[in-house]
Ligand binder design. Structure first.
Ligand code: NAP
Length: 246
């Protein structure tokens, strides 16, 4: 499906990003992963990903650092020849009620979750301009659409990703580049493992499908949005949340 194409996934060493890397490699894409600690992660992951038979590369990079993002993109373009698909997935939470939230926790979440998307989109889009084609897929969250107590930083960052996505889609559409966001609900990853069982049970009551989603549920949509079948879909925010009540 993606033979000869390169997908760049930020935060591709665990959870949704890792599953997305596997799903694209399975569909013959070359995969470049830019993440905060590739040195620790790469040993275990390289074999798993290379088993699909495509080219795999790991690039240690803090997505919140504009210059480091630029250097990673430059190196990936040299190593792979192009970036056809960008998935801005790296993200963190630093939860707490506003009354107790530190400036550091607010800034860090915005820098990684929102500015990280800007940094990579800014550095990758000139490569896509030249090819007059490309796909940018940003991982937002239902929290960015509906808000959540204890997550003003996270919700603001993910709402920002929605605004960035819709604006960038308008800027890049005439160049043959689509830009969409996926807003996952609660997905089984390290991020949601932190939730205690009682909170999870309460969550199930709010989810029509009565269960958490799996990283595959998000990865499947990313694969679709990057495919030819989605060529005329841009500027959209698509929820993968089992129909969550707000
Ligand atoms: P995860 O398992 O914690 O994965 C996050 C990834 O981002 C990890 O590879 C992490 O690397 C990397 N990362 C963290 N800080 C980084 C930085 N400064 N620079 C580069 N990479 C960095 O989380 P996940 O659940 O898969 O989340 C993936 C995305 O989906 C996030 O944007 C998250 O907000 C979003 N999302 C998740 C859910 C959910 O329920 N899980 C719901 C909605 C949206 P390390 O592991 O080395 O720290």
């Amino acid at each position: 499906m993606f033979a000869g194409k390169t997908v760049l996934i930020t935060g591709g060493t665990s959870g949704i990003g890792l599953q997305t890397a596997k799903s694209f490699a399975e569909k013959n894409a070359n995969v470049a992963i830019a993440s905060i600690d590739c040195d620790t992660a790469a040993d275990g992951l390289r074999d798993d990903l290379e088993a699909f038979g495509t080219k795999i590369g790991f690039y240690t990079c803090d997505v919140s650092d504009f210059d480091a993002a630029g250097a990673a993109v430059k190196q990936i373009a040299e190593d792979f020849g192009a970036v056809d698909i960008l998935i801005n997935n790296a993200g963190i939470t630093r939860d707490g009620l506003l009354i107790r939230m530190s400036e550091t926790d607010f800034d860090r979440v915005i820098s990684i979750n929102l500015k990280g998307c800007f940094n990579f989109s800014r550095h990758v889009s000139p490569l896509m301009f030249r090819k007059k084609s490309g796909r940018i897929i940003n991982i937002s969250s239902v929290i960015g659409l509906y808000g959540n107590m204890g997550q003003v930083n996270y919700a603001a960052s993910k709402a920002g990703v929605v605004g960035l996505t819709k604006s960038l889609a308008k800027e890049l559409g005439s160049r043959g580049i689509t830009v969409n966001a996926i807003a996952p609900g609660y997905i089984e990853t390290a991020m949601t493992d932190k939730l205690d069982e009682k909170i999870k049970e309460k969550l199930f009551e709010r989810i029509a499908m009565r269960k958490l989603g799996k990283p595959e549920d998000v990865a499947n949509l990313a694969v679709f949005l990057a495919s030819e079948q989605a060529a005329y879909i841009t500027g959209q925010v698509i929820q993968v949340d089992g129909c969550i009540a707000v």
